[in-house]
Design a protein around this ligand. Sequence first.
Ligand code: NAD
Length: 296
Amino acid sequence: MTQHIAFIGLGNMGSPMAKNLLKKGYQVTVYDLNKEAIAALKTAGAETAGQATEAVKNADVVISMLPNGAIVKSLYTGKDGLISHLKDNVLVIDSSTIAADDARYVAKACEMKGIAMVDAPVSGGVAAAQAGTLTFICGGDPKHFDQAKPILEAMGKNIFHAGASGAGQVAKICNNMLLAIHMIGTAEALNMGVQQGLDPTVMSEIMKASSGNNWSLQVYNPYPGVMPNVPASHGYQGGFMVSLMSKDLGLSQELAAKSQSATPMGALATQLYQIHQASGSANKDFSSILEMLKND
Ligand code: NAD
C-alpha cells in the first residue's frame, strides 16, 4: 500500500524534496506558512492542507524541513502540537538542522506517545535537493532508521546512520562548521588572487587541481560568474541563507562548549558570519561572505 507522507516546510530545501517524493509515487500532503509554496506543490501533484494538524491526519510518515529548533519543538510539542494528532505507528523524520538536544527532546516526547522519530538533517544544498542526491545523516534507533531509509532514498543518494537520537545533528553541525571555514578560506583566496589581477575562473581551475581543492570550489564557487548555476552568479539569491549558516555555527559553538572541544576556526567563522548577517546580508546565500572581503 502506498505510504502517505505529510511534509511540513516547503522552503528552498523542503519544496524540491517533497517534489521528489511525488515523483517516486508517494502520496504527499504538504503544509507551510507560505501559501505560495503550498500552491506550487499542488501544481506538482501534492495534496494540500490549511493547517499542519490537518496535513498529518492520515499520515504514515511525517517529514519536517524547518528553519530552527524552536519552530520544530513548537510544531511537535507546543500548544496543540502535532504529537497529539498523529496516528499510531507513525514515523517522524525531522530533516531540519537543529540542536542535538532539541532533536532528543522531540524524540523523547514522541517516544512517550509510542511514536518513532529519527533526526535526519541533510547535506548537499538546493541543487542536491532538486536532483534527489542529498546526503541524509540520521540519528535514532536502528530499526527506525531502517524504516526511514527507503523514504530518504527517494530524496537522497547517501543515507548514513550516525548513532542514537541526536547523533545525526551532531555530525551535521560538525560538517557545517567545516563548510563555513572552507567557504571563507575559498573566498579569501579567490579575492586575494583577483586583487592581484588574476582571473577568478583561472584561479579556481588552478586550485581545484591543487592542494586547495574543496567542495566550495568544486560545486559552489563564491565568485560571481565562475559557475553558471550557483547563487554567486545570481546575486547570491536562493541557496543556503547567511542566517541559517549563522544559526548552524551558533549550534557548533554550543556543542564545542558542551564537549570542551577547541574550535578556534569555528569560533572565528561564527563571528564573521554574524558580522555579515548584521550588515544586511541575512537573506543572501552564505557564499556572499566574499562580498564582505572585497574592498571595492
Ligand atoms: P527556508 O527558510 O527556505 O524554508 C523554511 C520553510 O519553513 C519556509 O518555507 C517557511 O515558511 C516554513 N516554515 C517556518 N515555520 C513554519 C511553521 N511553523 N509551519 C510550517 N512551515 C513553516 O529554509 P531552507 O533553506 O529550506 O532550510 C530548511 C532547513 O534545512 C534548515 O534547518 C536549514 O538549516 C537546513 N538546510 C538547508 C540547506 C540549504 O542549502 N538551504 C542545506 C542543508 C540544510
